[in-house]
Design a protein around this ligand. Structure first.
Ligand code: SF4
Length: 470
C-alpha cells in the first residue's frame, strides 16, 4: 500500500456530515466555485475546436500510459545528460527520505516551495519539519493555509474555504500586516513576507505540471510568479514529480498549454510558464535533482478502467462543477485530492481498500466528465470502484435477490405489485409525501441520510395500458 496524505482519517459520510453543518463554508464555496466555473465556460466557449483538443489531450495521455517505462527511461537519460540528477521513489516514505537527505546535504534549515500537489501527497512538509527543516510555501493560497495551520481544500485554490476577512485575520495572527481585506492589500502583505524568504533561500522545492521525455525538460505553470522565483533564485532545485506527468515530445505541450489554463483558472493563457532542462552554467540553480515518484501509480496503471485517472492534469475543473464538492468542500474527502478526481484517484493510489467510501461521494450526474479537459470518464471509474470495493453481506444478499427478480419480467411485475400493496398503508399514514423519513434498523441506515421513496401508485406500463384502452 502507498502512503502519504491520500488516506482519509474519517469515512466520507462522517466527515461530510460535519462540514455540511458549516453555513459559512458553503457560502464561501458557492461563491468561489460559481465564479470560476462561469469564467471557464466563457473561455472554453471561445475555442471552436475545444472537443478536438480534449480528444488530443486524452490520446496523448493514453499513449504515455501505454509506454510509460520506455518514456521514463528516455526522460531520465535526457535530464541526466543535461546535468540533472534523477532519483526514483517507490512510495511516499522513500520520496520524503530522498528529498530530506538532499536538503540536509546542503546544510540549510529552510527551503522555499512552489505549490505542488505531489509534495502534499507524500507529506513532505511534515517529514522536513521532523528533520528540523522549515518549508515555506510561496503560493499565496498555499501560504494562507500554512499560516492558518490548516490543510488545502481545493487542488488549484487551496484556501477556497476562506473569505477575504478570514484571510486578513489569519495574516494578523501571523504578524503580516494588512490593514484592509482588499485583495491587493492582502497580496502586498504576502509579497513583503515572501520577498525576504526568496532572497535568503538556498534550496527550492517544486513539482512539475509536465515532464518532456525527449528533452528531459520540466514545466511549471502558475499565475503569481512566485513559483518562478523558487525555480530560479536558489542554488539547489529539487523537483518532485509523479511518474504520470511525462509527455513524449515538446510538441505535445502545445495541446496541454491550451487545455490547462482555460480549464483551471478560466484564462486564455496562464501568466507564468517556466521550463528548465537540467543545469545551465551560470544561470539559475546549479544543482538540480528530480525525484520521480510512483506511490501507487503503477498499481493504478494495472487497472484497465481505473488507469484513466492518471491522465489527470490537476486543472480542478471537475471540482468546480461538482454538486457534492460545492456543499461539503475539500476537507471531507480527507485526501489532498478532493472532489470527483479525488474520489477515484485517492482510493486507487492508496490501495488496500483504504478510502472505500470515497467512490460513493458522487451523484453520478456526469458534470465532471463534461468538464474534464482530458475526458476522464469519472462516473465510469466511480461505478467500477464501487463494484470492486467490499460490500457488507446483507447488501450482497439484497443485490443477489434484486438481480434474480429483475432477470424475469413476470417476477419483476409481481414484485412491484407486492411492494405497492405493502406500501399502501404506509402511503395512507404518510399522507401525500410519497416517502418515508424513518425506517427501523437495519433500513434506518438508509433513512438516516435520505428519504425512502414509496413505490409509485401505478407503473408506467399500467398507465400506458390504461391510456390505450380509453
Ligand atoms: S479529472 Fe479532469 S477535470 Fe478533474 S482535475 Fe483532473 S484533468 Fe481536471
Amino acid at each position: 500500500m502507498s502512503g502519504g496524505n491520500i488516506v482519509a482519517r474519517l469515512p466520507f459520510p462522517v466527515a461530510a456530515r460535519k462540514e455540511l453543518g458549516d453555513a459559512q463554508l458553503r457560502a464561501n464555496l458557492r461563491n468561489a466555485t460559481h465564479t470560476i466555473r462561469d469564467k471557464r465556460l466563457r473561455m472554453v466557449g471561445e475555442v471552436p475546436d475545444w472537443e478536438e483538443l480534449r480528444r488530443s489531450g486524452a490520446a496523448i495521455k493514453d499513449d504515455v500510459l501505454s509506454r510509460l517505462p520506455e518514456l521514463l527511461t528516455q526522460f531520465e537519460a535526457a535530464a541526466t545528460a543535461a546535468g540533472a540528477t534523477v532519483h526514483w521513489a517507490r512510495d511516499a516514505a522513500e520520496a520524503c527520505a530522498v528529498v530530506t537527505a538532499l536538503v540536509r546535504d546542503t546544510g540549510t534549515a529552510e527551503v522555499v516551495k512552489v505549490k505542488s500537489m505531489v509534495t502534499q501527497e507524500i507529506g513532505l512538509n511534515d517529514s522536513l519539519e521532523a528533520a528540523g527543516i522549515a518549508a515555506v510555501e510561496t503560493d499565496l493560497a498555499e501560504l494562507i493555509v500554512q499560516l492558518a495551520g490548516d490543510t488545502p481544500s481545493h487542488i488549484l485554490v487551496p484556501a477556497i474555504h476562506y473569505n477575504r476577512s478570514q484571510i486578513r485575520d489569519i495574516f494578523h495572527r501571523n504578524g503580516l500586516s494588512a490593514l484592509t481585506d482588499d485583495p491587493p492589500a492582502l497580496a502586498e502583505a504576502a509579497r513583503r513576507h515572501l520577498r525576504a524568504k526568496f532572497l535568503s533561500a538556498r534550496v527550492g522545492i517544486s513539482g512539475a505540471n509536465f515532464a518532456v521525455a525527449e528533452s528531459g525538460t520540466l514545466v511549471v505553470v502558475e499565475s503569481e510568479g512566485n513559483g518562478r522565483m523558487c525555480l530560479t533564485l536558489p542554488e539547489t532545485l529539487i523537483s518532485v514529480v509523479g511518474i504520470e506527468k511525462i509527455l513524449p515530445t515538446f510538441r505535445d505541450l502545445e495541446v496541454f498549454l491550451q487545455l490547462l489554463p482555460r480549464s483551471s483558472t478560466g484564462e486564455r493563457m496562464n501568466p507564468y510558464t517556466s521550463l528548465w532542462t537540467g543545469v545551465t552554467p551560470g544561470d539559475g540553480p546549479q544543482t538540480v535533482h528530480i525525484v520521480l515518484v510512483d506511490n501507487g501509480r503503477t498499481e493504478t496503471l494495472a487497472d484497465d478502467v481505473g488507469r484513466q485517472a492518471l491522465r489527470c492534469i490537476r486543472c480542478s475543473a471537475c471540482l468546480n462543477v461538482c454538486p457534492v464538492y460545492e456543499r461539503v468542500g475539500g476537507h471531507a474527502y480527507g485526501s489532498v485530492y478532493p472532489g470527483p478526481i479525488g474520489a477515484i484517484l485517492s482510493p486507487q493510489l492508496s490501495g488496500g481498500g483504504a478510502n472505500r467510501t470515497l467512490p460513493y461521494a458522487s451523484t453520478l450526474c456526469g458534470a465532471c466528465y463534461d468538464a474534464c479537459p482530458v475526458r476522464i470518464n469519472i462516473p465510469e471509474v466511480l461505478v467500477h470502484l464501487r463494484q470492486t470495493g467490499p460490500h457488507p453481506p446483507a447488501e450482497r444478499a439484497a443485490m443477489r435477490a434484486l438481480s434474480w427478480i429483475m432477470r424475469d419480467r413476470r417476477r419483476y411485475a409481481a414484485a412491484l405489485r407486492a411492494a405497492r400493496r405493502g406500501a399502501a398503508p404506509i402511503r395512507w399514514a404518510t399522507g401525500r409525501r410519497g416517502a418515508v423519513r424513518h425506517l427501523p434498523w437495519p433500513l434506518s441506515k438508509w433513512t438516516s441520510t435520505r428519504d425512502a421513496p414509496l413505490p409509485a401508485k401505478q407503473t408506467f406500463r399500467e398507465w400506458w395500458a390504461h391510456e390505450r384502452t380509453r
